[in-house]
Design a protein around this ligand. Structure first.
Ligand code: ADP
Length: 163
């Protein structure tokens, strides 16, 4: 059983994240989407809200490969969360080269911290979704712009309720 953890803020989930989840379903039997409670950013949605939005989104998402996907919040070290789930793999999306420097450092740090064998797998962002970042979505929505090309319907509903 290959279990992957896909950690992030997902505040809110975008088509960029969804594309990574779909592609990761071809690499793992089980994906645990891990919503970071302490990412150092001031979130728009609480962790339970982000879990609800992600679950609603996953319900209407078809995966290209058989894979169980679950969503959980976490406020521990990523390697401890991975141990709890017996996960061997971290999935991260890389949008541009500037993402990579930080990501490579995190991957090396996690590998050093872990007492188990773990691998970080980087998936290059799909060019169609490369420009999408949650923080831009929030800004566009706050200023009354149309975010429907970037996020799934449950996010639009949640943004309408919040802003
Ligand atoms: P973080 O707060 O860790 O940056 P995010 O919620 O922004 O978390 O993203 C989680 C993961 O998804 C990160 O690996 C990030 O690079 C990736 N990601 C975010 N947006 C996209 C996108 N548009 N295309 C591909 N990967 C993305």
């Amino acid at each position: 059983m290959r279990t992957a953890v896909y950690p992030g803020s997902f505040d809110p989930v975008t088509f960029g994240h969804l594309d990574i989840i779909k592609r990761a379903s071809k690499l793992a039997d089980r994906i645990v989407i891990a919503i970071a409670a302490h990412s150092g950013k001031k979130p728009l949605f609480t962790v339970p809200e982000r879990i609800e939005i992600l679950n609603a989104t996953l319900e209407e998402t078809e995966l290209p490969a058989p894979c169980e996907v679950v969503v959980e919040g976490f406020d521990t070290l990523l390697i401890d969360f991975m141990k709890k789930h017996k996960a061997q793999m971290v999935i991260r999306g890389v949008r541009q080269y500037s993402d990579f420097e930080y990501e490579a450092q995190m991957a090396a740090l996690n590998a050093k911290l872990s007492d188990r064998d773990i691998e970080t797998v980087f998936l290059a962002a799909n060019p169609e979704y490369q420009a999408i970042a949650s923080r831009f979505i929030k800004q566009v929505a706050q200023l009354g712009g149309d975010v429907s090309p970037f996020v799934p319907p449950p996010v639009i509903a949640a943004l309408q309720g919040r802003l």
